[in-house]
Design a protein around this ligand. Structure first.
Ligand code: ATP
Ligand code: MG
Length: 230
C-alpha cells in the first residue's frame, strides 16, 4: 500500500482484549485524526493508552472495529506503516552501531550533511561535534553515553530524517525532570510544525500546545475538547 498526499487516521468502534486475558482493555473507541491535528491522549497508568498506540500502528489488531489510514486498514501496510506513522516511545531504542547509522535508520540514503542538519534541528550538533569520532562515535544499546533527554532527541532526529506525516509520542518525556521535559517538548513542537502529532501523556504539562485533548478511562473515551474547554 502506498499513499501520496495528506494522511488521516480513523479509529471506528475499536475494542480490544489481549488474547491471553479475559478483561477488555479498550471498548468502542472512536477517533478521527486529520492532517496536521495536534491531539493529546490523556489517561491514568493502565487505562489503555499504549495499547491504543499499538493499534494505531497495526502492531495489534482490534478485537472489534477498525483502524484506517485514508480508508485503508492499517494492517495492509505491514512494515511500510513506518513511512506514515513515526513513533517515539518512553525508552527510545538505540542500536549498537555509530551515531550516523542510528540516525540514518530513518532513511539509509541520507547524506552526512542531512544527518548533521537534523542533529542541529534537535539541538545535538555541538555535543556530537565535540566527540572525537563525531558521527562515527559508537552507541551502546542502552545508549549510556547519552542522557534520557538526548536519547529522545536522537529518536526525533531519526524521525525528522524520514519525513513521516504522523508522529506518535508515547510518553516520551516520562522520567525527565520538568525543565528538560519542557525543553524537549518545545523542540518537538517547533520541529514538527505542520505534522500530525498524537501525544500520549498522563499529565497536563504542555497540553496547551495541543488543539484537542481526549481523556481515556477504563478503556473508553470519557471526554474530549480543546485544552481551553477542559
Ligand atoms: P501507562 O500510563 O502505565 O503506560 P497505559 O495507559 O499505556 O499505561 P497499557 O499499557 O495500554 O496502559 O495497558 C492497559 C492494560 O492492558 C493494563 O491493565 C495492562 O496490564 C494490560 N496489558 C498491557 N499489555 C498487555 C499484554 N501484552 N498482555 C496482557 N495484558 C496487557
Ligand atoms: Mg503506556
Amino acid at each position: 500500500q502506498q499513499i501520496t498526499g495528506p494522511v488521516s487516521l480513523s479509529v471506528s468502534h475499536v475494542s480490544f482484549t489481549y488474547p491471553e486475558s479475559n478483561k477488555g482493555v479498550l471498548s468502542n473507541v472512536d477517533l478521527q485524526i486529520n492532517p496536521g491535528d495536534k491531539l493529546a491522549i490523556l489517561g491514568r497508568s493502565g487505562s489503555g493508552k499504549s495499547t491504543l498506540a499499538h493499534l494505531l500502528r497495526g502492531d495489534l489488531t482490534p478485537t472489534d472495529g477498525s483502524v484506517k489510514i485514508n480508508s485503508i486498514d492499517v494492517a495492509e501496510f505491514g512494515d511500510d506503516i513506518s513511512n506514515y506513522i513515526g513513533v517515539i516511545h518512553q525508552n527510545p531504542y538505540l542500536f549498537n552501531t555509530s551515531i550516523l547509522n542510528n540516525v540514518r535508520l530513518g532513511r539509509e540514503s541520507a547524506t552526512e550533511d542531512e544527518v548533521w542538519h537534523v542533529l542541529e534541528r534537535v539541538g545535538l550538533k555541538s555535543l556530537i561535534q565535540s566527540m572525537p569520532d563525531g558521527l562515527n562515535t559508537l552507541v551502546d544499546e542502552a545508549g549510556l553515553r547519552f542522557s534520557g533527554g538526548e536519547r529522545h532527541r536522537l529518536a526525533l532526529a531519526r524521525i525528522l530524517l524520514k519525513e513521516v506525516p504522523i508522529i506518535l509520542l508515547d510518553e516520551p518525556t516520562v522520567g525527565l525532570d520538568p525543565i528538560t521535559e519542557q525543553h524537549l517538548l518545545d523542540t518537538f513542537f517547533t520541529q514538527l510544525t505542520g505534522k500530525t502529532i498524537i501525544w500520549i501523556t498522563h499529565h497536563l504539562q504542555g497540553i496547551d500546545l495541543m488543539d484537542q485533548v481526549v481523556f481515556i478511562e477504563d478503556g473508553q473515551i470519557e471526554m474530549s475538547g480543546s485544552p481551553a474547554e477542559l
